[in-house]
Design a protein around this ligand. Structure first.
Ligand code: NAD
Length: 378
């Protein structure tokens, strides 16, 4: 790369969660630089954040509209190359659309949009503008998860027959109070969309199962439920039966009322020859299982592919930040290649993953209401 790739952030203001994680992850490899932002719905708080980040006052904008307008008028050598969208769900579509209209690339948090039409609209815009677009399904970027994908691809599991994926959390087991910033918008249909739990974490499980298996979910049958009052009936727990395009079957469970659970994302994939198991809370270990032999334990950095996405030798733990840094660095390399007019095959999730995620969420809600299997189109 001839220079650092520059970005602006929308969201990630004081007291927020994922914006700060993004900023740290983006810095990790030294190839990406935060140059501007509209960090908070409240411009005063946004200014405070910009000060904390040592950004010049004139690069902290009142809102994202002003940011895109003014950044697009700066000389090429100064303006941001992409925007990182770290706001609640209902804003992703309009911010991403406005960014692409002004010629910027986009890294967007999940779920991509509230409606399928909006998701398809963003995909159309990506085609029209040639923007580099990344959807942040960060769990796909753990080195060991990428190695698992390669093992499946190389046929080490045989034909994939069953996927069992679960994401239990306990943090929404009680009524959300108004001072719970993250909980408040997630339990409001206007800001979170048609689903709370399945949209928030079920979509990660859906994406992860497609990423590792290389298969597509073609049909689902769901039962989702609201346990805790004050959520307009939005789900805080549920199960989805899955059918994949090779005939494999599966089950996806997600919960935010599973008391005592933190981020216990776990996936098990069973093939005709072998099975694999990965847990997010122990992300450097992949277990391979057989009927006719002992289990094998793979660790990050064993000779092979996973080394490409690691920074330090195994045994010195890497985790959530490093996985997100893999997304950022790969994405920055894709932008650099675009600037240089060179081809580049990134491994980060794209706008098409975003479209599939939003379709999945809507079908899950509809299937649960109608009590029947529903197809998910490509
Ligand atoms: P949060 O409530 O902690 O933070 C949201 C931030 O957006 C706040 O600073 C708020 O002021 C700001 N904001 C709201 N409206 C704005 C506007 N118009 N302009 C500028 N800023 C605005 O939320 P969070 O938990 O950080 O989640 C943000 C997004 O990230 C959501 O889409 C969520 O689904 C996603 N997320 C993803 C992961 C992951 O692992 N990939 C984890 C957590 C959250």
């Amino acid at each position: 790369m001839k220079r650092r790739i520059r970005y602006g952030m929308v969201g990630g203001g004081p007291g927020s969660f994922i914006g700060g994680v993004h900023r740290r992850a983006a810095r990790l490899d030294g190839e990406i630089e935060l140059v501007c932002g509209a960090f908070d719905i409240d411009p005063v708080k946004s200014k405070g954040m910009a000060k904390e980040l040592y950004l010049p006052e004139e690069r902290c904008y009142l809102n994202y509209e002003e940011m895109f307008e003014k950044e697009s008028k700066l000389p090429l050598g100064e303006r941001m190359d992409f925007v990182s969208i770290c706001t609640p769900n209902h804003l992703h579509y309009r911010i991403a659309m406005a960014a692409m209209e002004h010629g910027f690339n986009v890294l967007c948090e999940k779920p991509m949009t509230l409606t399928i039409e909006d998701a398809e609209g963003l995909a159309e815009m990506v085609k029209k503008t040639g923007a580099v677009f990344c959807l942040n399904h960060n769990y796909t970027a753990y080195p060991v998860v990428r190695a698992a994908r390669d093992m499946v691809k190389a046929g080490q599991l045989g034909d994939i027959r069953r996927v069992m994926v679960e994401y239990p959390q306990g943090w929404l087991a009680d009524v959300v109070t108004s001072d719970n910033m993250q909980g408040s918008w997630r339990t409001n249909p206007k800001t979170t969309g048609v689903s709370c739990c399945m949209g928030d974490i079920g979509s990660h499980a859906e994406n992860l199962s497609e990423f590792i298996t290389g298969l597509k979910i073609t049909e689902i049958c769901a039962g989702i439920k609201n346990f805790v009052p004050g959520r307009s009936g939005l789900d805080d727990d549920g199960d989805v039966l899955l059918r994949f395009n090779n005939g494999a079957e599966g089950v996806l469970s997600a919960s935010q009322i599973a008391v005592g659970e933190e981020n216990a994302l776990r996936i098990r994939i069973y093939g005709s020859k072998a099975a694999i198991e990965w847990r997010q809370e122990n992300p450097e270990t992949l277990i391979m299982k057989f009927n006719n032999g002992p289990q094998q334990i793979f660790r990050r950095n064993w000779a092979g592919f996973a080394a490409k996405w690691s920074r330090i030798p195994a045994g010195h733990p890497e985790g959530f930040f490093e996985a997100l840094a893999n997304i950022y660095t790969d994405f920055a390399h894709a932008i650099d290649a675009k600037l240089e007019g060179k081809p580049y095959q990134g491994e980060f999730p794209t706008v098409w993953d975003g479209v599939r995620g939003v379709k999945f969420i809507h079908k899950v809600v509809a299937s649960s209401k109608e009590g029947k299997w529903l197809k998910i189109e490509e």
